[in-house]
Design a protein around this ligand. Structure first.
Ligand code: ATP
Ligand code: MG
Length: 357
């Protein structure tokens, strides 16, 4: 029994965000009760909800609370109501803004095949059965943040996006990848395009050097095009994948469909301050406010919060097992249901997970 007090900031956001974050909050309360620690919740506005209340997607109060928290749980932002707003007035600017403000340079997405959901995978059951991999994506550098410009030239325009990394930026994400592989007792695959890109050649050098500090972790390099193919050919070969921003963006979406519904997928974004946890899905305006949202991606994100920010990996294991059991017993939200399945509402499946913790 510990007597720790954790300060957690909840950012429900828009659409189904508030519904899934409510499920996450109930899960945190249950885990805190079981582990004997106290949690102080603070709820703040972000995205469209913040635009309505404060006229901006990321109010100063939200930012300050998030910076001072032990961890942040976010639902989703955006919706048709704000689609016509420009650039930094949009709800999505709130999300990019908070990632940047918290300095979360590592985005982690575990992809796990839940046996009862294997039928929902586009791949054959025997290919995805047992998949349990982790993608570690660099989140604050590379092509997405490098200098960009357009120059008029004869007959058109010349466009430039620069892919920029420093040794230090590569090293911290690669170390995080090795640490994750060591903790999971799995092999690390570093993904790059070293046959073409200078940035990838340096990435490889850094990986080789860092690897000497992890003699117990098996590692290899793989070219990104081959990795895209291998993920659908034999996903079971992967343990932990570490890669730069754009490659990780593409590969993590590809890996996400291996196991079925986007509603199941959690994510963690880590830096040197508080971690940011959110389901991979968006605000799903088509089903918002109806009690139909799948809360499991958010509940699994709470598991990652316990693992990475609150130093309680056993809580994560317990949450994963409870989710497994609920699926085995046949609980299905609408996004998971096949023909003839009985459909559970958000609250019912949340309750079912809590009872099986
Ligand atoms: P974004 O642009 O914010 O990434 P999007 O509009 O591309 O989001 P989602 O909001 O994730 O995508 O919705 C895509 C589809 O998946 C929608 O039909 C939505 O209803 C469904 N969906 C997404 N999340 C869930 C969930 N948690 N439970 C049930 N269905 C969901
Ligand atoms: Mg959208």
């Amino acid at each position: 029994m510990s007597e720790k007090v954790y300060r957690l900031v909840l950012l429900p956001g828009d659409g189904i965000g508030p519904e899934v974050v409510q499920a996450g909050r109930r899960l945190i309360e249950a885990v805190a009760g079981a582990l004997g620690h106290e949690v102080i919740f603070e709820e703040h506005a972000i995205g469209g909800a913040a635009i309505e209340a404060f006229g901006e997607p990321l109010p100063e109060g939200t930012l300050k609370a998030a910076r001072e928290a032990d961890a942040v749980l976010l639902g989703a932002v955006g919706g048709p109501k704000w689609d016509r707003l420009g650039g930094d007035r949009r709800p999505e600017a709130g999300l990019l803004g908070i990632r940047k403000a918290l300095g979360v340079y590592a985005n982690l997405r575990p992809v796990r095949a839940y046996t009862p959901l294997l039928g929902a995978s586009p791949l054959r059951r025997e290919k995805v059965e047992g998949v349990d991999l982790l993608i570690v994506r660099e989140l604050t550098g590379g092509l997405y943040f490098g200098p960009k410009r357009r120059e008029p030239i004869d007959g058109g325009t010349r466009v430039v996006d620069e892919l920029v990394y420093t040794t230090a930026e590569i090293e911290r994400i690669v170390r995080l990848g090795f640490d994750a592989a060591r903790k999971a007792g799995k092999a690390l695959t570093s993904v790059d395009k070293a046959n073409v890109l200078e940035s990838s050649r340096h990435w490889r050098e850094v990986v080789e050097r860092v690897a000497t500090d992890y003699p117990d972790v098996a590692f290899g390099h793989m070219l990104v095009d081959n990795c895209a193919m291998q993920l659908v050919r034999s996903p079971n070969q992967f343990g932990v994948i570490v890669t730069e921003n754009m490659f990780g963006d593409i590969l993590s979406d590809e890996a996400a469909v291996l196991t079925g519904s986007i509603g199941m997928l959690p994510s963690a974004s880590l830096g040197d301050g508080p971690g940011l946890y959110e389901p991979v899905h968006g605000s799903a305006p088509d089903i918002a406010g109806q009690g139909l949202a799948n809360p499991l991606g958010t509940m699994l994100s709470v598991g990652l919060m316990y693992r990475f920010s609150l130093n309680e990996p056993r809580a994560d294991q317990a949450i994963v097992r409870a989710v497994d059991r609920v699926l085995e017993e046949g609980y299905r939200t609408a996004d998971l249901a096949g023909p003839g399945d009985r459909i559970s509402r958000t609250e019912e499946i949340t309750e079912a997970v809590l009872e099986r913790l």
